[in-house]
Design a protein around this ligand. Structure first.
Ligand code: BGC
Length: 383
């Protein structure tokens, strides 16, 4: 039984006695009067790393919302180390966290830690990234993962005019995200489902042998071979530099790079700068680059024509969704407004799914009007 339900049950028996005693006086217990008060609850927030901009925003957003409502909050960042995340979660459970919200570094490695926490009565919410192969996860909130990849793949298809019958062949290089992040697989699936038919018809080709080579028959289960560990920009830069050395050292054209997130797009832009100074951002020879998160350096890259698009996932809205879950659980109730389910290998986890949207040069302002960046910060970023 979890910590909240234990509290509710104890309170419920007490109030049953009270209401029996008060029989005839018209008083009766309501479930909300039995729920735990925010000030008596501790919420743990286990974030993966401070080194990528979005998780700083995610952690800060959730913490301030929860604290404003009176909850005690323990916020930890695990420096992209799975052992650190395990001890962060154990520490939260030991401190009596009623609910632990986890953005996993490695969705599978974090399993035993959340199982222990669940045994001591914490409820577990997977945040943005699913926790895999365990029953110890109660809910999940994220942006539609395949849709993110589909927006990236479709963008490349549209900008190259492939639907209009352009035959190319166009050179494209393809990356996926961190091999230990289940999200990365689903982002890649969303994009690859759309791009693969053009590899099959020979309109798109990937000349490099990156990850063993991405060809028409490249199957989804090989996605990790083209991954970038920890979504690390420096690693992406090194990988892209060797792609450029091996296959683009003689002025070969490069039409697009599927870069699954903004950190990887930064690495690829840097590599283009060091290895192919002849390519000029904002002109026809510059490749179409994708991304997600709308990180600060990428807002600048988009404004400068170095990155064609990013997928905007408004983490304020994700924080709102998780905040609503916490409030519901605090009342001793179940979350009933999940909009989908994701299977984690052991169970279908009820999921609140949010909608990602494309941002490019034409609607970059959305990042200001939505309040994602303050007007002053935004104006600085776009120069
Ligand atoms: C998130 C992305 C992020 C990436 C690296 C993924 O799990 O969904 O938004 O770019 O991790 O932090």
């Amino acid at each position: 039984m979890n910590k909240i339900m234990k509290a509710v049950t104890v309170a419920a028996s007490a109030s049953l006695l009270l209401s029996l005693g008060a029989c005839g006086s018209g008083r009766s217990a309501t479930s909300s009067s039995e729920a735990k008060d925010a000030k008596d609850m501790t919420i743990g927030l286990s974030m993966p790393t401070k080194s990528l901009e979005r998780w700083n925003k995610d952690g800060a957003n959730l913490k301030s919302k929860l604290e404003k409502a009176g909850y005690k909050v323990i916020l930890s960042y695990a420096d992209n180390k799975t052992s650190q995340q395990t001890s962060d979660i154990e520490n939260m459970a030991n401190k009596g966290a009623d609910i632990i919200v986890v953005a996993a570094i490695d969705g599978t490695a974090v399993g035993p830690a959340v199982e222990k926490a669940k045994d001591t009565g914490s409820e577990i919410i997977a945040y943005d990234r699913l926790i895999m192969n365990t029953e110890a996860v109660d809910y999940y909130a994220t942006f539609d993962l395949e849709k993110v990849g589909a927006l990236q793949g479709q963008y490349i298809i549209d900008k190259l005019g492939l639907k209009d019958g352009k035959k190319g062949p166009f050179n494209i290089e393809v990356f996926s995200g961190s091999p230990d992040d289940n999200n990365a697989k689903l982002f890649f699936k969303g994009a690859w489902d759309l791009l693969q038919p053009y590899f099959k018809s020979g309109v798109l080709v990937s000349p490099s042998k990156h990850g063993g080579g991405v060809t028409a028959n490249f199957s989804l289960d090989k996605w990790q071979s083209i991954g970038v560990q920890n979504w690390d920009a420096a690693k992406a830069q090194t990988d892209m530099e060797s792609i450029l050395d091996s296959s683009y050292a003689h002025s070969e054209p490069l039409a697009a790079v599927l870069t699954p997130n903004d950190a990887i797009a930064v690495g690829v832009v840097n590599a283009l700068g060091t290895k192919r100074p002849d390519l000029k951002a904002g002109t026809a020879n510059w490749p179409i680059l994708t991304g997600q998160d709308c990180d600060a350096p990428n807002v600048t890259q988009i404004a400068q024509g170095k990155q064609a698009m990013s997928v905007f996932k408004d983490v304020n809205k994700l924080a709102d969704a998780v905040y609503d879950m916490v409030t519901t659980l605090a009342k001793g109730e179940k979350v009933t407004d999940a909009t989908g389910k994701y299977n984690n290998g052991k169970l279908d986890v009820p999921t609140k799914l949010l909608t990602p949207v494309i941002v490019n040069k034409d609607n970059l302002d959305l990042l200001k009007t939505s309040g994602f960046y303050s007007a002053a910060d935004f104006d600085k970023l776009v120069g």
